[in-house]
Design a protein around this ligand. Sequence first.
Ligand SMILES: NC(=O)c1ccc[n+]([C@@H]2O[C@H](COP(=O)([O-])OP(=O)(O)OC[C@H]3O[C@@H](n4cnc5c(N)ncnc54)[C@H](OP(=O)(O)O)[C@@H]3O)[C@@H](O)[C@H]2O)c1
Length: 419
Amino acid sequence: MEPGVTGPDWHAGRAFGAGADGDARTGPGGSSMPHVPTPGPPPPDASRRHTVAPTATGPGALRRRGYVTPPEIQWFPASRWPSLSTASTTRQNMVSMNDVRLRQLGSTSLRVSPLCLGGNVFGWTADEHTSFRILDAYTAAGGNFVDTADSYSAWVEGNQGGESETVIGRWLASRGRPSDMVIATKVSQHPDFRGLSASNVRAAAKASLERLGGETIDLYYAHFDDPDTPLAESAEAFSQLVEEGVVRHVGLSNHSPGRIRAWLDVCEERGLHAPVCVQPLYNLVERGIEDDLVPLARERGLALLPYFGLARGFLTGKYRPGSAEVDSPRAGKARAYLDAPRGRRVLDALDAVADRDGVSQAAVALSWLVDRPSVVSVLASARDPEQLADLLPVNHLRLDEESAALLTRSTDPEPSETS
Ligand SMILES: NC(=O)c1ccc[n+]([C@@H]2O[C@H](COP(=O)([O-])OP(=O)(O)OC[C@H]3O[C@@H](n4cnc5c(N)ncnc54)[C@H](OP(=O)(O)O)[C@@H]3O)[C@@H](O)[C@H]2O)c1
Protein backbone atom coordinates (compact mmCIF):
# COMPACT_ATOMS: atom_id res chain seq x y z
CA MET A 1 0.00 0.00 0.00
CA GLU A 2 1.09 3.57 -0.64
CA PRO A 3 3.49 4.78 2.05
CA GLY A 4 1.80 7.47 4.02
CA VAL A 5 -1.56 6.60 2.54
CA THR A 6 -2.31 3.38 4.32
CA GLY A 7 -6.07 3.29 4.50
CA PRO A 8 -9.13 3.80 2.38
CA ASP A 9 -8.89 6.86 0.17
CA TRP A 10 -12.39 8.26 -0.34
CA HIS A 11 -11.11 10.28 -3.26
CA ALA A 12 -9.27 7.42 -4.93
CA GLY A 13 -9.79 7.50 -8.65
CA ARG A 14 -10.90 11.11 -8.64
CA ALA A 15 -7.62 12.60 -9.77
CA PHE A 16 -7.98 15.85 -11.68
CA GLY A 17 -11.36 16.44 -10.10
CA ALA A 18 -12.87 13.61 -12.07
CA GLY A 19 -16.14 14.04 -10.26
CA ALA A 20 -16.44 17.48 -11.82
CA ASP A 21 -15.75 16.51 -15.41
CA GLY A 22 -17.99 18.40 -17.75
CA ASP A 23 -19.26 20.77 -15.07
CA ALA A 24 -19.59 24.41 -16.01
CA ARG A 25 -16.68 26.23 -14.43
CA THR A 26 -17.24 29.74 -13.36
CA GLY A 27 -14.19 31.00 -11.49
CA PRO A 28 -11.06 32.63 -12.84
CA GLY A 29 -9.37 30.60 -15.48
CA GLY A 30 -12.46 28.53 -16.03
CA SER A 31 -12.09 26.93 -12.62
CA SER A 32 -15.06 25.89 -10.58
CA MET A 33 -13.41 27.59 -7.62
CA PRO A 34 -15.17 30.65 -6.24
CA HIS A 35 -13.73 33.82 -7.65
CA VAL A 36 -10.86 35.30 -5.67
CA PRO A 37 -10.85 39.09 -5.97
CA THR A 38 -7.61 40.44 -7.43
CA PRO A 39 -5.44 42.24 -7.04
CA GLY A 40 -6.47 42.97 -3.48
CA PRO A 41 -4.83 45.55 -1.34
CA PRO A 42 -1.40 44.47 -0.23
CA PRO A 43 -1.37 42.66 3.09
CA PRO A 44 -0.69 44.80 6.14
CA ASP A 45 3.02 44.21 6.15
CA ALA A 46 3.58 44.40 2.40
CA SER A 47 6.17 47.08 2.92
CA ARG A 48 8.40 44.51 4.55
CA ARG A 49 11.34 43.39 2.49
CA HIS A 50 10.70 40.09 0.77
CA THR A 51 13.52 37.95 -0.45
CA VAL A 52 13.60 34.42 -1.67
CA ALA A 53 16.28 31.81 -1.82
CA PRO A 54 17.95 31.29 -5.18
CA THR A 55 16.48 28.28 -6.85
CA ALA A 56 17.52 25.69 -9.33
CA THR A 57 15.69 27.54 -12.07
CA GLY A 58 16.40 31.19 -11.51
CA PRO A 59 18.31 33.84 -9.68
CA GLY A 60 15.63 34.13 -7.02
CA ALA A 61 14.84 37.76 -7.68
CA LEU A 62 11.14 37.45 -7.18
CA ARG A 63 9.07 39.76 -9.30
CA ARG A 64 5.96 40.38 -7.31
CA ARG A 65 3.36 41.56 -9.75
CA GLY A 66 0.32 41.62 -7.52
CA TYR A 67 -1.16 39.93 -4.53
CA VAL A 68 -3.96 37.44 -4.65
CA THR A 69 -4.88 37.14 -1.01
CA PRO A 70 -8.03 35.17 -0.29
CA PRO A 71 -10.15 37.32 1.98
CA GLU A 72 -10.67 34.60 4.58
CA ILE A 73 -6.96 34.26 5.23
CA GLN A 74 -5.58 36.51 7.92
CA TRP A 75 -1.91 37.37 7.79
CA PHE A 76 0.42 38.04 10.65
CA PRO A 77 4.03 39.11 10.71
CA ALA A 78 6.28 36.32 11.89
CA SER A 79 7.43 36.61 15.43
CA ARG A 80 11.06 36.45 16.41
CA TRP A 81 12.89 33.23 15.91
CA PRO A 82 15.71 32.04 18.08
CA SER A 83 19.13 31.63 16.57
CA LEU A 84 19.50 28.06 15.48
CA SER A 85 22.68 26.21 14.91
CA THR A 86 23.07 26.91 11.23
CA ALA A 87 26.33 25.14 10.59
CA SER A 88 24.63 23.06 7.96
CA THR A 89 22.20 25.71 6.78
CA THR A 90 22.92 27.28 3.45
CA ARG A 91 23.35 31.02 3.35
CA GLN A 92 20.61 31.54 0.84
CA ASN A 93 18.14 29.95 3.21
CA MET A 94 19.01 32.46 5.88
CA VAL A 95 18.17 35.57 3.89
CA SER A 96 14.45 35.27 4.41
CA MET A 97 14.63 34.52 8.12
CA ASN A 98 11.97 36.42 10.10
CA ASP A 99 10.29 37.51 6.90
CA VAL A 100 7.54 34.91 6.60
CA ARG A 101 4.00 36.09 7.14
CA LEU A 102 2.16 33.55 9.22
CA ARG A 103 -1.47 32.60 8.61
CA GLN A 104 -4.15 31.94 11.17
CA LEU A 105 -5.16 28.29 11.31
CA GLY A 106 -8.95 28.39 11.16
CA SER A 107 -10.53 29.74 14.31
CA THR A 108 -7.52 28.89 16.48
CA SER A 109 -4.78 31.08 17.84
CA LEU A 110 -2.20 29.01 15.93
CA ARG A 111 -0.31 30.91 13.28
CA VAL A 112 1.54 28.91 10.69
CA SER A 113 3.79 29.45 7.70
CA PRO A 114 2.38 28.88 4.20
CA LEU A 115 4.74 25.92 3.77
CA CYS A 116 4.12 23.07 6.21
CA LEU A 117 7.11 20.75 6.17
CA GLY A 118 6.11 17.16 5.45
CA GLY A 119 7.72 14.73 7.86
CA ASN A 120 7.13 11.35 6.22
CA VAL A 121 10.66 11.46 4.77
CA PHE A 122 12.31 11.55 8.21
CA GLY A 123 13.61 8.06 8.92
CA TRP A 124 12.78 7.03 5.36
CA THR A 125 14.32 8.88 2.42
CA ALA A 126 16.13 11.28 4.79
CA ASP A 127 18.31 9.85 7.56
CA GLU A 128 18.47 11.57 10.93
CA HIS A 129 21.45 13.78 10.09
CA THR A 130 19.86 14.95 6.84
CA SER A 131 16.50 15.40 8.57
CA PHE A 132 18.13 17.73 11.09
CA ARG A 133 19.66 19.74 8.24
CA ILE A 134 16.26 19.99 6.55
CA LEU A 135 14.56 21.09 9.77
CA ASP A 136 17.33 23.62 10.46
CA ALA A 137 17.04 25.10 6.98
CA TYR A 138 13.24 25.17 7.13
CA THR A 139 13.05 26.97 10.48
CA ALA A 140 15.94 29.28 9.66
CA ALA A 141 13.91 30.41 6.65
CA GLY A 142 10.95 31.22 8.90
CA GLY A 143 8.91 28.01 8.67
CA ASN A 144 7.14 26.96 11.86
CA PHE A 145 4.81 24.08 10.94
CA VAL A 146 5.87 20.42 10.74
CA ASP A 147 3.56 17.54 9.87
CA THR A 148 4.09 13.93 10.89
CA ALA A 149 2.13 10.83 11.95
CA ASP A 150 2.73 8.06 14.44
CA SER A 151 2.82 5.56 11.57
CA TYR A 152 5.68 7.28 9.68
CA SER A 153 7.55 5.32 8.46
CA ALA A 154 6.32 1.86 9.40
CA TRP A 155 6.36 0.76 5.75
CA VAL A 156 10.17 0.80 5.65
CA GLU A 157 11.81 -2.55 6.30
CA GLY A 158 13.17 -2.65 9.82
CA ASN A 159 11.01 0.25 11.02
CA GLN A 160 8.16 -0.02 13.50
CA GLY A 161 6.45 3.34 13.03
CA GLY A 162 7.20 6.43 15.07
CA GLU A 163 10.60 7.00 13.45
CA SER A 164 9.60 10.39 12.07
CA GLU A 165 8.24 11.58 15.43
CA THR A 166 11.43 10.36 17.10
CA VAL A 167 13.61 12.35 14.70
CA ILE A 168 11.49 15.48 15.20
CA GLY A 169 11.54 15.00 18.98
CA ARG A 170 15.32 14.66 19.03
CA TRP A 171 15.70 17.68 16.80
CA LEU A 172 13.39 19.77 19.02
CA ALA A 173 15.32 18.69 22.11
CA SER A 174 18.70 19.46 20.58
CA ARG A 175 17.75 22.86 19.17
CA GLY A 176 15.41 24.10 21.85
CA ARG A 177 11.78 24.28 20.84
CA PRO A 178 10.96 27.65 19.26
CA SER A 179 7.96 29.07 21.07
CA ASP A 180 5.74 29.32 18.01
CA MET A 181 6.68 25.98 16.48
CA VAL A 182 3.56 24.01 15.56
CA ILE A 183 3.86 20.21 15.36
CA ALA A 184 1.01 18.16 13.93
CA THR A 185 0.76 14.40 14.22
CA LYS A 186 -1.85 11.73 13.54
CA VAL A 187 -3.35 8.54 14.91
CA SER A 188 -4.97 5.40 13.45
CA GLN A 189 -2.35 3.80 11.20
CA HIS A 190 0.50 2.84 13.55
CA PRO A 191 0.81 -0.97 13.55
CA ASP A 192 0.36 -1.05 17.35
CA PHE A 193 -2.29 1.68 17.52
CA ARG A 194 -4.82 1.09 14.79
CA GLY A 195 -8.16 2.83 14.54
CA LEU A 196 -9.97 5.55 16.44
CA SER A 197 -11.38 3.80 19.50
CA ALA A 198 -11.21 5.93 22.63
CA SER A 199 -8.62 3.71 24.30
CA ASN A 200 -6.44 3.63 21.18
CA VAL A 201 -6.55 7.39 20.61
CA ARG A 202 -5.50 7.98 24.21
CA ALA A 203 -2.70 5.39 24.17
CA ALA A 204 -1.40 6.55 20.78
CA ALA A 205 -1.35 10.21 21.89
CA LYS A 206 0.73 9.25 24.91
CA ALA A 207 3.17 7.31 22.73
CA SER A 208 3.44 10.19 20.25
CA LEU A 209 4.13 12.66 23.04
CA GLU A 210 6.87 10.43 24.42
CA ARG A 211 8.57 10.44 21.03
CA LEU A 212 8.01 14.13 20.28
CA GLY A 213 8.75 15.38 23.77
CA GLY A 214 6.84 18.22 25.41
CA GLU A 215 3.47 18.07 27.10
CA THR A 216 1.04 18.95 24.34
CA ILE A 217 0.42 17.95 20.75
CA ASP A 218 -0.39 21.18 18.89
CA LEU A 219 -2.56 19.54 16.27
CA TYR A 220 -3.80 15.95 16.50
CA TYR A 221 -5.41 14.37 13.46
CA ALA A 222 -7.58 11.35 13.01
CA HIS A 223 -5.42 10.06 10.14
CA PHE A 224 -8.12 7.97 8.46
CA ASP A 225 -11.77 7.30 9.13
CA ASP A 226 -12.53 4.26 11.29
CA PRO A 227 -15.96 2.90 10.33
CA ASP A 228 -15.70 0.22 13.05
CA THR A 229 -15.74 2.74 15.90
CA PRO A 230 -18.83 4.83 16.64
CA LEU A 231 -18.02 8.31 15.45
CA ALA A 232 -19.26 9.82 18.72
CA GLU A 233 -16.75 7.69 20.67
CA SER A 234 -13.85 9.04 18.57
CA ALA A 235 -15.09 12.63 18.78
CA GLU A 236 -15.43 12.33 22.58
CA ALA A 237 -11.92 10.85 22.86
CA PHE A 238 -10.26 13.65 20.90
CA SER A 239 -12.23 16.29 22.75
CA GLN A 240 -11.28 14.80 26.11
CA LEU A 241 -7.59 15.05 25.16
CA VAL A 242 -8.10 18.74 24.42
CA GLU A 243 -9.90 19.15 27.74
CA GLU A 244 -6.92 17.62 29.53
CA GLY A 245 -4.36 19.75 27.68
CA VAL A 246 -2.76 16.75 25.97
CA VAL A 247 -3.84 18.13 22.60
CA ARG A 248 -4.40 21.75 21.59
CA HIS A 249 -6.52 21.25 18.49
CA VAL A 250 -8.14 18.42 16.55
CA GLY A 251 -7.96 17.78 12.81
CA LEU A 252 -9.35 15.19 10.39
CA SER A 253 -7.53 13.64 7.46
CA ASN A 254 -8.85 11.50 4.59
CA HIS A 255 -12.42 11.72 5.86
CA SER A 256 -15.29 12.09 3.42
CA PRO A 257 -17.29 15.34 3.55
CA GLY A 258 -20.25 13.40 4.95
CA ARG A 259 -18.22 12.01 7.83
CA ILE A 260 -16.63 15.39 8.53
CA ARG A 261 -20.06 16.95 8.69
CA ALA A 262 -21.25 14.17 11.02
CA TRP A 263 -18.21 14.64 13.31
CA LEU A 264 -18.83 18.40 13.47
CA ASP A 265 -22.52 17.84 14.21
CA VAL A 266 -21.73 15.44 17.06
CA CYS A 267 -19.39 18.02 18.54
CA GLU A 268 -22.04 20.70 18.28
CA GLU A 269 -24.71 18.53 19.88
CA ARG A 270 -22.48 17.40 22.73
CA GLY A 271 -20.49 20.58 23.28
CA LEU A 272 -17.19 18.92 22.31
CA HIS A 273 -13.98 20.43 21.03
CA ALA A 274 -14.51 20.21 17.28
CA PRO A 275 -11.98 19.66 14.48
CA VAL A 276 -10.51 22.94 13.24
CA CYS A 277 -8.94 21.68 10.03
CA VAL A 278 -8.91 18.99 7.41
CA GLN A 279 -5.92 17.41 5.68
CA PRO A 280 -6.98 16.08 2.27
CA LEU A 281 -5.10 14.98 -0.82
CA TYR A 282 -5.10 18.09 -3.02
CA ASN A 283 -2.74 19.61 -5.55
CA LEU A 284 -2.71 20.91 -9.11
CA VAL A 285 -3.26 17.45 -10.58
CA GLU A 286 -5.50 16.06 -7.84
CA ARG A 287 -8.43 18.44 -7.58
CA GLY A 288 -11.18 16.03 -6.59
CA ILE A 289 -12.05 17.91 -3.40
CA GLU A 290 -13.05 21.12 -5.16
CA ASP A 291 -16.67 20.07 -5.61
CA ASP A 292 -17.50 18.88 -2.13
CA LEU A 293 -14.87 19.34 0.56
CA VAL A 294 -13.86 22.89 -0.35
CA PRO A 295 -17.47 24.18 -0.08
CA LEU A 296 -17.86 22.31 3.22
CA ALA A 297 -14.66 23.85 4.58
CA ARG A 298 -15.90 27.31 3.67
CA GLU A 299 -19.33 26.65 5.15
CA ARG A 300 -18.01 25.29 8.47
CA GLY A 301 -14.89 27.47 8.81
CA LEU A 302 -12.41 24.61 8.51
CA ALA A 303 -8.84 25.26 7.45
CA LEU A 304 -7.61 23.10 4.57
CA LEU A 305 -4.08 21.75 4.82
CA PRO A 306 -3.52 19.75 1.62
CA TYR A 307 -1.00 16.90 1.48
CA PHE A 308 1.01 15.66 -1.52
CA GLY A 309 1.38 19.33 -2.45
CA LEU A 310 3.92 18.29 -5.09
CA ALA A 311 2.05 15.20 -6.28
CA ARG A 312 4.87 13.05 -4.91
CA GLY A 313 7.47 15.16 -6.75
CA PHE A 314 5.74 15.29 -10.14
CA LEU A 315 5.04 19.03 -9.83
CA THR A 316 8.75 19.79 -9.38
CA GLY A 317 9.02 19.12 -13.12
CA LYS A 318 11.64 16.39 -12.75
CA TYR A 319 9.49 13.79 -14.47
CA ARG A 320 9.36 14.49 -18.21
CA PRO A 321 8.44 12.38 -21.23
CA GLY A 322 11.55 10.41 -22.12
CA SER A 323 13.59 11.72 -19.19
CA ALA A 324 15.98 9.54 -17.20
CA GLU A 325 14.61 7.33 -14.44
CA VAL A 326 14.34 9.02 -11.03
CA ASP A 327 15.78 6.97 -8.19
CA SER A 328 12.98 7.27 -5.66
CA PRO A 329 10.30 5.09 -4.09
CA ARG A 330 7.86 7.81 -5.23
CA ALA A 331 8.92 7.64 -8.89
CA GLY A 332 6.36 5.11 -10.14
CA LYS A 333 3.26 6.98 -9.01
CA ALA A 334 4.76 10.39 -9.74
CA ARG A 335 5.70 9.52 -13.31
CA ALA A 336 2.23 8.08 -13.92
CA TYR A 337 0.84 11.64 -14.05
CA LEU A 338 2.54 11.94 -17.44
CA ASP A 339 0.12 9.39 -18.84
CA ALA A 340 -2.74 11.92 -18.85
CA PRO A 341 -2.75 14.91 -21.22
CA ARG A 342 -3.34 17.23 -18.28
CA GLY A 343 -0.17 15.96 -16.64
CA ARG A 344 1.82 17.14 -19.64
CA ARG A 345 -0.11 20.41 -19.95
CA VAL A 346 0.54 21.36 -16.35
CA LEU A 347 4.28 21.01 -16.89
CA ASP A 348 4.11 23.54 -19.73
CA ALA A 349 2.15 25.94 -17.53
CA LEU A 350 4.55 25.48 -14.61
CA ASP A 351 7.55 26.06 -16.89
CA ALA A 352 6.03 29.28 -18.25
CA VAL A 353 5.28 30.78 -14.85
CA ALA A 354 8.52 29.56 -13.27
CA ASP A 355 10.63 30.99 -16.10
CA ARG A 356 8.86 34.31 -15.96
CA ASP A 357 9.08 34.68 -12.18
CA GLY A 358 12.53 33.18 -11.73
CA VAL A 359 11.42 30.56 -9.23
CA SER A 360 11.19 26.80 -9.26
CA GLN A 361 8.25 24.88 -10.73
CA ALA A 362 7.74 23.41 -7.26
CA ALA A 363 7.32 26.84 -5.69
CA VAL A 364 4.85 27.84 -8.41
CA ALA A 365 2.78 24.67 -7.88
CA LEU A 366 2.69 25.19 -4.12
CA SER A 367 1.84 28.88 -4.51
CA TRP A 368 -1.13 27.99 -6.69
CA LEU A 369 -2.31 25.65 -3.95
CA VAL A 370 -1.78 27.96 -1.01
CA ASP A 371 -4.04 30.56 -2.58
CA ARG A 372 -6.98 28.21 -3.12
CA PRO A 373 -10.05 29.01 -1.00
CA SER A 374 -9.79 27.88 2.64
CA VAL A 375 -6.22 26.62 2.18
CA VAL A 376 -4.03 27.92 4.97
CA SER A 377 -0.79 26.00 4.57
CA VAL A 378 0.42 23.37 2.09
CA LEU A 379 2.30 20.20 2.97
CA ALA A 380 5.38 19.21 1.03
CA SER A 381 8.51 17.33 1.91
CA ALA A 382 12.12 17.41 0.76
CA ARG A 383 14.72 14.68 1.02
CA ASP A 384 17.55 17.18 1.53
CA PRO A 385 18.10 20.94 2.07
CA GLU A 386 18.83 21.44 -1.62
CA GLN A 387 15.36 20.23 -2.57
CA LEU A 388 13.89 22.30 0.23
CA ALA A 389 15.45 25.48 -1.17
CA ASP A 390 13.20 25.10 -4.21
CA LEU A 391 10.09 24.98 -2.03
CA LEU A 392 10.80 27.85 0.36
CA PRO A 393 9.73 30.67 -1.98
CA VAL A 394 6.10 29.63 -1.40
CA ASN A 395 6.41 31.41 1.94
CA HIS A 396 6.60 34.70 -0.01
CA LEU A 397 5.44 34.12 -3.56
CA ARG A 398 1.90 35.15 -4.50
CA LEU A 399 0.90 34.38 -8.06
CA ASP A 400 -0.90 37.03 -10.04
CA GLU A 401 -4.34 36.26 -11.44
CA GLU A 402 -3.07 35.52 -14.93
CA SER A 403 -0.54 32.95 -13.75
CA ALA A 404 -2.99 31.28 -11.38
CA ALA A 405 -5.59 31.07 -14.17
CA LEU A 406 -3.07 29.57 -16.60
CA LEU A 407 -2.24 26.85 -14.09
CA THR A 408 -5.89 26.20 -13.24
CA ARG A 409 -6.83 25.89 -16.91
CA SER A 410 -3.99 23.47 -17.55
CA THR A 411 -5.57 20.84 -15.29
CA ASP A 412 -9.21 21.55 -15.98
CA PRO A 413 -10.40 18.41 -17.75
CA GLU A 414 -11.08 18.63 -21.47
CA PRO A 415 -14.50 17.25 -22.47
CA SER A 416 -12.82 14.33 -24.22
CA GLU A 417 -10.70 13.37 -21.23
CA THR A 418 -11.69 10.82 -18.68
CA SER A 419 -9.85 10.49 -15.43
N1 LIG B 1 -2.69 12.61 5.64
C1 LIG B 1 -2.20 11.70 4.83
O1 LIG B 1 -2.77 10.63 4.62
C2 LIG B 1 -0.90 12.00 4.14
C3 LIG B 1 -0.49 11.20 3.05
C4 LIG B 1 0.72 11.50 2.44
C5 LIG B 1 1.50 12.53 2.89
N2 LIG B 1 1.10 13.29 3.98
C6 LIG B 1 1.92 14.39 4.50
O2 LIG B 1 2.16 15.29 3.44
C7 LIG B 1 3.57 15.50 3.30
C8 LIG B 1 3.89 15.79 1.86
O3 LIG B 1 3.66 14.62 1.07
P1 LIG B 1 4.86 13.85 0.41
O4 LIG B 1 6.09 14.26 1.07
O5 LIG B 1 4.56 12.40 0.46
O6 LIG B 1 4.77 14.26 -1.12
P2 LIG B 1 5.03 15.66 -1.88
O7 LIG B 1 5.24 16.74 -0.92
O8 LIG B 1 3.97 15.77 -2.88
O9 LIG B 1 6.39 15.34 -2.62
C9 LIG B 1 7.59 15.52 -1.94
C10 LIG B 1 8.70 14.79 -2.66
O10 LIG B 1 9.00 15.44 -3.90
C11 LIG B 1 10.40 15.37 -4.14
N3 LIG B 1 10.93 16.74 -4.15
C12 LIG B 1 10.71 17.73 -3.25
N4 LIG B 1 11.36 18.86 -3.59
C13 LIG B 1 12.01 18.57 -4.73
C14 LIG B 1 12.87 19.33 -5.57
N5 LIG B 1 13.17 20.60 -5.30
N6 LIG B 1 13.38 18.75 -6.68
C15 LIG B 1 13.07 17.44 -6.97
N7 LIG B 1 12.28 16.68 -6.20
C16 LIG B 1 11.74 17.24 -5.09
C17 LIG B 1 10.99 14.55 -3.00
O11 LIG B 1 10.89 13.18 -3.35
P3 LIG B 1 12.11 12.30 -3.93
O12 LIG B 1 12.73 11.70 -2.74
O13 LIG B 1 11.41 11.35 -4.80
O14 LIG B 1 13.05 13.22 -4.64
C18 LIG B 1 10.01 14.84 -1.87
O15 LIG B 1 10.07 13.92 -0.83
C19 LIG B 1 4.19 14.24 3.87
O16 LIG B 1 5.53 14.42 4.24
C20 LIG B 1 3.28 13.96 5.03
O17 LIG B 1 3.65 14.77 6.14
C21 LIG B 1 -0.10 13.03 4.59
